[in-house]
Design a binder for this molecule. Structure first.
Ligand code: PXP
Length: 238
C-alpha cells in the first residue's frame, strides 16, 4: 500500500498573506501526522513566498514522521539541506514567476549539476528524489545521477481537460513506472492529485508514496470552516 506525504506549503501561504504567525505550518504538520500521514513535505522556494527557513528548522525538530524538503538544486539550498538534514530532499525545477512547480526536472540536460547535488546530500545521509516527467530518458538520467527515488510528475494527468488526454497521460505514467521499477528506482508520485483523480492511481502497487498538498489544504479549509465560525460566535455571543 502506498504511503501519503502531506505538503503543508499552503498553510504558510495563508500566513504570509498577512506576514503574521498563523496559521502555523508546523501545527498543521502535527495534525496531519495525528491523522496518520507518513511524511511531511515543504518546498523552500528561493523567493520564500510561503515556507520560511525557520519553518523547516522547526519541522525538523518537531515532526515524528519523515521530513521531505522540496528545493531547487542550487548552492544555497544544498547548504541549507546539509545543515538541517531532512530525511529526504526532492529536487525540483524552480522558476520565479511560476504559480507552482511546472514540469519535471531536466535531469538529462543538467546531469552534472544534479549528480553533484545528489552526492553532496548523500554525504549527509539525506535520501534524494528527483521530480521528473514520466519520460524514459529522464528516468535513465535520474538513475545515472545516483538518485534512489524519483517522483513522477502527475500534473499533466491531473490537469488533462478531456478523457482522451487523461488516458494518454495515465498510460505515460504506467509506462514510466514500469521502466523506473525495472531500473531499480523507488517511485513516488505527485502534483495536482485530488480526492477524485487519485483513485485511478491507487491500484498501481508500484507507487511507493503520494505527495499531496493543494487538494488536502483546500479541503481542510472547507471542512473546518463551520467549527471556526462557531468558535468565534461563542465568544461574541456569550
Ligand atoms: N510534488 C512536487 C515536486 C511539488 O512541487 C508539489 C507542489 O509543491 C507537489 C508534489 C504537490 O502538488 P499539489 O500541491 O498539487 O498536491
Amino acid at each position: 500500500m502506498a504511503t501519503l506525504a502531506v505538503n503543508v506549503d499552503h498553510v504558510a501561504t495563508v500566513r504570509q498573506a498577512r506576514l503574521t504567525v498563523e496559521p502555523d505550518p508546523v501545527q498543521a504538520a502535527k495534525l496531519a501526522e495525528r491523522a496518520g500521514c507518513h511524511g511531511i513535505i515543504v518546498h523552500l522556494r528561493e523567493d520564500r513566498r510561503h515556507i520560511q527557513d525557520h519553518d523547516v528548522i522547526r519541522l525538523r525538530k518537531s515532526i515524528t514522521t519523515r521530513l521531505n524538503l522540496e528545493m531547487a538544486a542550487t548552492q544555497e539550498m544544498i547548504q541549507i539541506a546539509r545543515r538541517i538534514r531532512p530525511d529526504m530532499v526532492c529536487l525540483v525545477p524552480e522558476k520565479r514567476a511560476e504559480l507552482t512547480t511546472e514540469g519535471g526536472l531536466d535531469v538529462v540536460g543538467k546531469r552534472r549539476a544534479i549528480e553533484k547535488a545528489v552526492h553532496l546530500l548523500g554525504e549527509k545521509g539525506i535520501a534524494v528524489s528527483l521530480f521528473i516527467d514520466p519520460n524514459r530518458d529522464q528516468i535513465s538520467a535520474a538513475q545515472d545521477a545516483g538518485a534512489e527515488y524519483i517522483e513522477i510528475h502527475t500534473g499533466r494527468y491531473a490537469d488533462a481537460t478531456t478523457e482522451r488526454r487523461r488516458d494518454g497521460e495515465f498510460k505515460k505514467i504506467i509506462k514510466a513506472i514500469d521502466y523506473a521499477i525495472a531500473s531499480g528506482l523507488v517511485v513516488n508520485a505527485g502534483h495536482g492529485l485530488n480526492y477524485t483523480n487519485i483513485q485511478r492511481l491507487v491500484p498501481i502497487k508500484e507507487i511507493n508514496e503520494f505527495s499531496i498538498g493543494h487538494s488536502i489544504i483546500a479541503r481542510a479549509v472547507i471542512v473546518g470552516i463551520e467549527q471556526a465560525v462557531r468558535e468565534m460566535l461563542e465568544i461574541i455571543q456569550c
